[in-house]
Design a protein around this ligand. Sequence first.
Ligand SMILES: *Cc1c(COP(=O)(O)O)cnc(C)c1O
Length: 357
Amino acid sequence: MKIAHNFNAGPCVLPREAVDAAIESLKDFKGTGMSVIEMSHRSKEWEAVMDECRNLWKELLNIPEGYHVLFLGGGASMQFLYVAMNLLENKAGYLETGVWAKKALKEAKALGSAVAVASSADKNYSYIPKGYEIPTDLDYFHITTNNTIYGTEIHTDMDSPVNLVADMSSDIMSRPVDVSKYALIYGGAQKNVGPAGVTFVIVREDILGKVSRYIPTMLDYRTHIENDSMFNTPPVFSIMVMNETLKWVKRSGGLEKIYQINKDKAQLLYNEIDRNKMFKGTAATEDRSLMNICFVMADEYKEKEAEFMTFAKERGMVGIKGHRSVGGFRASTYNACPVESIKALVDCMQEFEKLNS
Ligand SMILES: *Cc1c(COP(=O)(O)O)cnc(C)c1O
């Protein structure tokens, strides 16, 4: 079977073992004689999957008491609204580090007072703002830990004087996280933990119930806490694949191990970007993402961009075109992207350099 060097930004590469296990569950789920997508979500077999998946989240991220793990629909984009709906009373602050952060801020502005506390828009979001102060009168401060489009990442869990809310869509489960520093973490599964269709939310219960607005039933986190994410039919297929993906993370040695592998993988490609005279990185060095590696042709080789794209495609690279707002190239190197794929891309860059010198 042909396996592509898959650098797609999301949906993206998943562990082969998880995809294979999913195929089996689609045929016959654990000897029930039914496909996993044909079973009642109220059956004990399905509830066991939900429990296993929730427990894997808690175990892998070492989630403390007082937090709930929810599996919802609507994507991270729907969470932009949920967050403001459930937490915004007087004022919210956002760290504006890219398109996703801006979209999150927009939803909050529609519901109340919300401001960008700091922004890196002045340099097309190529860095993470530093040296700003988080105002203490905010209901919450919202960050995007990994900026999928621009290839920047907040590498540490910051201290915040107010409730810290994080969109971790594209770097969840890529490193250990001190969950206790966050009031709420959310993201779409399709970047690092599963297929599209399920959204994860990790929420500290004591932050809820503090706003005066009416919250529609489906948009109220408390509805989903009370019903173990089964107030309505959950996206069963996506949750099942997410469960298999997390089982793979655990088998791979957990997040400390995965983090080390991710650092090594990213280093391999960044080293080549820095060494190869034909290419250059676009993100500030200290803020470079381990998950989305963005680069462009060096100034003298600008006209070679399309040529390199074709060259790389012919050698099996998939999904390396940069987002239209940045241009150039983006290699997404999520957990399931094997080091062999990164080596293949590096070889490609070296070959291209030889051909052009
Ligand atoms: C992809 C992405 C989103 C949007 O996710 P959807 O699930 O498609 O709504 C939001 N934030 C970040 C950081 C992303 O990478």
